[in-house]
Design a protein around this ligand. Structure first.
Ligand SMILES: Nc1ncnc2c1ncn2[C@@H]1O[C@H](COP(=O)(O)OP(=O)(O)O)[C@@H](O)[C@H]1O
Ligand SMILES: [Mg+2]
Length: 289
């Protein structure tokens, strides 16, 4: 049917809970930015890829760093290149438009078709950053004084914004977004997630791995709990290393794939000791990697 609205339901490689699907579809329908929070490794970045794939749109990614300024996402005026060209080049430096480069957000406005724009890890930037973007995200347009041109979105992009942080975002910014917190997957959901990555995985191995994984996450005082991406790496290590299901809880093989901090390693060992478990974790990763 023509004009039929596509609905996001996850994709072959991405498991989205019903609530997450709803949040995505509401944000798209209301044309509001979708703000996704959650622990690292809970699939925030991958969600944007999945939305783009599921809705068959191009994905533009704007990775935020501590030094990123809101303006960089709109456009930059490359004065250094212009100065260089005026001295050494044979370019026509009078035409400033040659030196105006759209940033990721600018590109998403200028695109011929509707795109998905991911503003990844917005909490990395300083506190003013989200507020500085409010106006442009609302009206989806901005003015370039150097060329006296306005860039205006033909099709409002689907905006996905991710944040890892405990750091709070400004109220005015939050008001405009559809907010979704990705809770850490429970064992049932995690089973599905692992299965989309390793469809052939032996069920007994998976169950043992999950038991060890959730046990590790439950150890008090860890600085960095292992997340989904570490579990996926671990499953790969276990299969590559030819580990048997019954070895997993006994030996915690390749623990270094899950636990990355020395202090956490010690914490885990202490906990094993106080539980009276005779476990000798084998660190490292399989040789064949
Ligand atoms: N719901 C999910 N479905 C499938 N894979 C997932 C899911 N959540 C996380 N993953 C896996 O975990 C990895 C880390 O996800 P990522 O999107 O980078 O997390 P975040 O951006 O939240 O830190 C992804 O590469 C993917 O392999
Ligand atoms: Mg990410």
């Amino acid at each position: 049917m023509e004009g039929k609205v596509k609905v996001f339901t996850g994709t072959g490689d991405y498991i989205a809970s019903q609530e997450l699907q709803n949040s995505v579809n509401v944000a798209v329908a209301l044309q509001r930015p979708l703000l996704i929070k959650g622990e690292p490794g809970t699939g925030k970045t991958m969600l944007a890829q999945s939305i783009a794939e599921g809705l068959k749109k191009e994905l533009l990614i704007w990775n935020i760093k501590s030094t990123t300024k809101a303006r960089d996402g709109l456009y930059i005026y490359d004065t250094v290149q212009r100065l260089y060209d005026s001295q050494f080049g044979d370019h026509d430096v009078a035409d400033i438009s040659h030196y105006i480069k759209l940033g990721r957000l600018g590109e998403s406005f200028a695109a011929q078709e509707q795109v998905v724009i991911l503003i990844d890890e917005i909490d990395k930037a300083d506190i003013e950053f989200p507020n500085d973007l409010l106006w442009e995200l609302d009206i989806m347009s901005f003015y370039i004084p150097e060329t006296r041109k306005t860039v205006k979105a033909r099709h409002r992009p689907i905006v996905v914004i991710t944040s890892n942080a405990e750091k709070e975002l400004p109220d005015a910014f939050l008001r405009r977004c559809i907010f979704h917190y990705i809770a850490f997957p429970d064992a049932e959901m995690m089973t599905e997630i692992v299965k989309v990555h390793y469809p052939e995985l032996e069920l007994r191995l998976l169950n043992e791995a999950l038991e060890a994984f959730y046990w590790l996450r439950s150890v008090g005082g860890l600085q960095k709990k292992p997340s989904t991406s570490e579990l996926l790496d671990w499953v790969q290590a276990l299969t590559t290393g030819g580990i048997k299901p019954e070895q997993i809880m006994k030996e915690l093989p390749f623990l270094g794939v899950l636990i990355k901090k020395d202090q956490d390693f010690k914490t885990v060992l202490q906990r094993l000791h106080s539980d009276g478990k005779e476990v000798k974790p084998l660190a490292g990763i399989p040789r064949s990697w």
